[in-house]
Ligand binder design. Structure first.
Ligand SMILES: C[S@@+](CC[C@H](N)C(=O)[O-])C[C@H]1O[C@@H](n2cnc3c(N)ncnc32)[C@H](O)[C@@H]1O
Length: 288
């Protein structure tokens, strides 16, 4: 991230969700009305331009690119929403969103009513988000904003300070973050997550199995947020296992397309995007 500036990639994915909310994706009924509220001026202009193209029936490369982006984000979001709902139904009383960016779940998911939601993020992005949430209706969850610079502070310290209870089951979302970390940094944070995960906790991780094409890679480097790490599903399962988590599901973009978009989304180029859901192995025991 560039010093003192909100994350550009966090804005980028919020734009994808806003485009999907505007009806551009192939996922029937997809809705995330929070996304457009979080957009900066540039994002709002892109959204308005694409909505005009849709209304006028103009189809070109730009429009098709916007549709693909809407599909990628709608499919990823729908998959993670499902895993969060399942974790809450299974007894998780806290939700921790790591690198939350402009995640709107705390405002959007009715299942989070009464659930403590810890939004953990870099202060530059979080400050910008906090300035924008005033335009939203009150959140469903009980939101705490927890600033952190992962390069300087530990998750354990900031969550303890914010009132996260490690004796209660937690649902963790780690979406759009681990690809920006080294494997060592990912494992260090994973150890902190494990140490604060009581029985019945669920960890949801979005990861990539390969690097993006050179042009996308260059763009991410130029904006100061290079994607540096990939995992195979087996490597990810092994990392999670060594932190005490057992994988219950690992699925990818092509599975989600079949599941949520009848296979109609043109997302084959995003087939490297995956989501793994894992549970704390110490189910039935309280982890001290
Ligand atoms: C691609 S965004 C993902 C946002 C969100 N999870 C989503 O999927 O919409 C990456 C997030 O990681 C956060 N981040 C990057 N470097 C960080 C650091 N050193 N400490 C804390 N957060 C960081 C950014 O602020 C940003 O919100």
């Amino acid at each position: 991230m560039k010093a003192g500036r909100p994350s550009r990639t966090a804005q980028f994915v919020a734009l994808g969700r806003a485009l999907a909310d505007a009806g551009l994706s192939h996922v029937p009924g997809f809705s995330d009305p929070t996304a457009r509220v979080f957009l900066n001026d540039r994002g709002k202009r892109s959204l308005a331009k694409t909505e005009r193209m849709a209304a006028d029936g103009r189809r070109g490369m730009t429009f098709e690119g916007a549709r693909r982006m809407a599909d990628l984000l709608a499919l990823r979001t729908t998959t993670i929403d499902g895993a969060v709902r399942q974790a809450i139904a299974g007894g998780a009383r806290q939700l921790v969103i790591l690198g939350a960016g402009y995640d709107g779940r705390a405002w959007r998911l009715a299942e989070l009513e009464g659930v403590k939601v810890f939004e953990v993020d870099h202060p530059s992005t979080q400050g910008d988000k906090r300035a924008r949430v005033a335009a939203l209706p009150p959140p469903r969850g009980i939101v705490s904003f927890v600033p952190i610079d992962f390069e300087r502070e530990t998750l354990d310290t900031v969550l303890a300070r914010a009132g996260h209870d490690k004796a209660l089951p937690t649902c963790w979302i780690w979406e759009g973050v681990v690809m920006y970390l080294t494997h060592d940094a990912m494992r260090a944070t994973l150890a902190s997550i494990a140490a604060r995960s009581a029985r019945g906790s669920t960890l949801i991780v979005n990861y990539h199995t390969m690097h993006r094409g050179w042009l996308a890679g260059l763009i991410f480097r130029l904006i100061g947020e290079p994607q540096i790490s990939t995992w195979s599903p087996d490597e990810m399962a092994a990392d999670l296992r060594s932190a005490g988590f057992v994988v219950s599901e690992d699925s990818g973009m092509l599975d989600w397309n079949t599941r949520f978009a009848r296979g109609e989304a043109k997302v084959h180029r995003g087939s490297y995007m995956r989501v793994v859901v894992a549970q704390n192995r110490h189910r039935g025991f309280i982890v001290p």
